[in-house]
Design a binder for this molecule. Structure first.
Ligand code: NDP
Length: 436
């Protein structure tokens, strides 16, 4: 697989434009979002007026410098997560076979790491050893340090990809921007067993989502002496989602993020900076906006959110169970309907994959993105509708997943050829049954 393979979905001009735009716009956006949520009442208009009045100087004034305490928090958290990844026991799990015939092996200890992390963090607060409000109070400095630290980390990934790749799934596109942005290695490791993408995506990125959700809740409690029902719904739904993620982490190692997207700015910087800042932002907003929903409305939103998270999980579970049993399982109580698709690997071998065409996967080719987007809506809606910014994540996720559906469809079309066409004829909708 060439490093550029998945990147030719859009025209080269659009590809370069979007890569350079994201490289230059994402870092300042993280800071502006944090500033608006924490210091401008969540109001885009307020931030806009400030910038209009003070220009670039004002923007530089907003941008917090990384401080010693920010670096300390990031370093201790990162080292703790890396240690858990290495030390905690877990079942040996094999990832999917790569196009060069390489099969990565993992230790499935994500759920244990998640449990240990949350229990440790909450205990530190409970026993007054470390107050999570410190994290909230230095959030801007932490994001600033993460932005620069993660950029340096991506340079390290680029150099490692050239100088010391960990497996055969590595290569240069011949273009420095593409190599930096999309990455060079599919499965970079330090030593034999420390998987870098498991660390960046799961143990640092996804774990920080749960840790920050708890932080926002504690901050509101410490500031007001109680937690609003809107914050409770938001935190509970985010924690259910992240718990689901770690419950299913070994399944995540079969998805595009791990099995197709290489370790570069797009995935690694995204998981190290974008996930802790943007994904958690509805909770960040609620800290200073303790909306009271009333128990009935709060309960409706909570149940709707949990149903969406469950449906999203069930879609992933169905596909993986189907593949694991080679189609010898029940889908919605019946034998699955399927397509036996053959394809050729880069080494010229012919292989077969099964495509499920019933159950959730018979409704649309990427139906699982619908409950994913709805779940994000339900953990945001407790913020009600005074400001747009808390909804930024839902809008971003919708664009990301619609683009992902296109990227995945194009990749599968080139992998499976006529068999993918057959699947598209059988299941004509991409995401929303009957509509798109
Ligand atoms: P999927 O789990 O949808 O996997 C896509 C792959 O599955 C395809 O590349 C193909 O791989 C295989 N496949 C496609 N159709 C079928 C079929 N009918 N039967 C069997 N296998 C099929 O990938 P994602 O990574 O997009 O999603 C995984 C989860 O992560 C979802 O729950 C999604 O909502 C979530 N997600 C969340 C994001 C967020 O930012 N919150 C971002 C992205 C995803 P193969 O080559 O093996 O055939």
């Amino acid at each position: 697989m060439g490093a550029t393979e998945a990147k030719t979905v859009h025209s080269p001009a659009l590809t370069y434009f979007s890569m350079l735009s994201l490289l230059s716009l994402c870092p300042p956006f993280v800071i502006l979002l944090w500033y608006t949520m924490v210091h401008a009442d969540g109001s885009v208009v307020q931030t806009w007026n400030f910038l209009k009045q003070h220009g670039l100087q004002g923007f530089l004034q907003i941008w917090p410098r990384p401080t010693a305490i920010a670096w300390k928090i990031i370093f201790v958290y990162g080292a703790f997560e890396a240690a858990l990844q290495l030390i905690l026991p877990g079942k040996r799990v094999e990832g999917p076979i790569s196009p060069t015939g390489h099969r990565p092996v993992y230790k499935a200890n994500g759920m244990a790491a998640y449990f240990v992390t949350l229990v440790t963090y909450i205990s530190l607060w409970w026993f007054e050893i470390f107050n999570p409000t410190v994290v909230y109070d230095h959030l801007g400095e932490i994001y600033s340090a993460l932005i620069f630290g993660s950029l340096i980390f991506c340079v390290f990934l680029y150099i490692k990809g050239h100088a010391a790749p960990s497996s055969t799934d590595s290569g240069s596109s011949g273009n420095i921007i593409i190599d930096f942005y999309w990455g060079m290695e599919l499965y970079p490791r330090i030593g034999k067993s420390f998987d870098i993408k498991v660390f960046t995506n799961c143990r640092f990125g996804m774990m920080s989502w749960a840790v920050l959700a708890v932080t926002y809740c504690i901050k509101q409690y410490e500031a007001n002496g109680k937690v609003s029902d809107s914050m409770l719904v938001n935190t509970t739904l985010m924690l259910v989602y992240v718990t689901k993620f770690f419950w299913w982490e070994a399944g995540y190692w079969n998805t595009m993020d791990i099995a197709h997207d290489r370790a570069g700015f797009y995935i690694c910087w995204g998981c190290l900076v974008w996930v802790p800042s943007i994904y958690t932002s509805p909770g960040m907003y609620l800290v200073n906006h303790p909306v009271n929903l009333g128990s009935q409305l709060a309960l409706y939103i909570l149940v709707a959110g949990i149903l969406c998270i469950y449906t999203n999980y069930d879609c992933d579970r169905q596909r993986q169970e189907f593949r694991r049993t080679s189609g010898k399982c029940k889908i919605w109580g019946k034998a699955p309907s399927k397509i036996e698709a053959t394809y050729t690997t880069t080494s010229g071998e012919t292989k077969t994959s099964l495509l499920l065409t019933s159950g959730w996967w018979g409704l649309a080719r990427h139906f699982h993105y619908v409950p994913e987007i709805l779940a994000a809506f339900f953990w945001t809606v407790p913020a009600l509708f005074n400001h747009f910014l808390p909804y930024f994540y839902v809008v971003f996720l919708t664009i990301l997943l619609f683009d992902r559906a296109k990227r995945d469809d194009d990749r599968c079309r080139s992998k499976y050829g006529k068999y993918w066409k057959l699947y598209c004829n059988k299941v004509p909708y991409k995401i929303i049954p009957g509509i798109y």
